[in-house]
Design a protein around this ligand. Structure first.
Ligand SMILES: [Fe+2]
Ligand SMILES: [Fe+2]
Length: 218
């Protein structure tokens, strides 16, 4: 993923905040409402952690379906090659979501935020499991719908992170001291880390929208 400078990140945050959210489909709306009900409307590190746990799921589902496709298309090497390229792209995005999750987990731990096993481990795992089945089925039956759902999810995440930075100006003065600094990037403040995460979500959204366009015209 591309790492931006502090000035670029501020410009991207301003762009997100002046861009309306996508018109979310009913599945995405049900998911966001459900998360608001369970975890509250307030943007918190713990709620972002739950979002990140779910965010990896579509990439895992697509990767799994693609592997099945490759196995059964060995007589069409061109097709298998294209599918494999998709697998690699999915894996990169999964890794990127994994960094987001690790950074959040570390911050939650450092701040001594207490999270119960039931609401912050069991319930998110159950949501992720259900979401996996939905994305998997959609991808097999109607790939375009699966990309659309992910674009909605990523758009929501992008806006939530950029809003979070706006709501918390104190993050500008907090340094990014992390075990993952070498991997994720040497950002000057936590505000910039969250702006970068928000920007990553926008890139994920754009990739899903590009796939959506291909799926429609295929
Ligand atoms: Fe993420
Ligand atoms: Fe994402």
């Amino acid at each position: 993923m591309k790492r931006l400078t502090s000035a670029e990140l501020r410009a991207e945050q301003a762009l997100t905040l002046t861009t309306p959210r996508r018109a979310y489909g009913w599945l995405a709306q049900a998911l966001f409402r459900g998360l608001d009900l369970v975890y509250g409307r307030r943007r918190t590190l713990s709620k972002f952690k739950v979002l990140e746990l779910i965010a990896r799921v579509p990439y895992q589902a697509w990767e799994q379906v693609a592997y099945v496709a490759i196995t059964h298309t060995s007589t069409f090497p061109d097709f298998a090659r294209r599918v494999f390229d998709r697998v690699r792209e999915s894996r990169l995005q999964q890794d990127n979501e994994q960094w987001h999750l690790l950074i959040l987990e570390e911050l939650i731990d450092k701040r001594g935020i207490r999270e119960g096993f039931f609401w912050y481990w069991l319930v998110p795992q159950a949501i992720a499991f259900l979401y996996y089945q939905i994305v998997w089925l959609l991808y097999v039956a109607r790939p375009a719908r699966s990309y659309q759902l992910n674009a909605d999810f990523e758009d929501h995440a992008e806006h939530e992170y950029m809003e979070f930075v706006r709501e918390h100006p104190e993050l500008e003065a907090e340094p990014f001291e992390s075990m993952f600094r070498a991997d994720y990037g040497p950002f000057g403040s936590l505000a910039d880390v969250f702006r970068q995460i928000g920007y990553d979500e926008r890139v994920h959204k754009e990739e899903s929208l590009a796939r959506l366009a291909n799926a429609r015209f295929a």
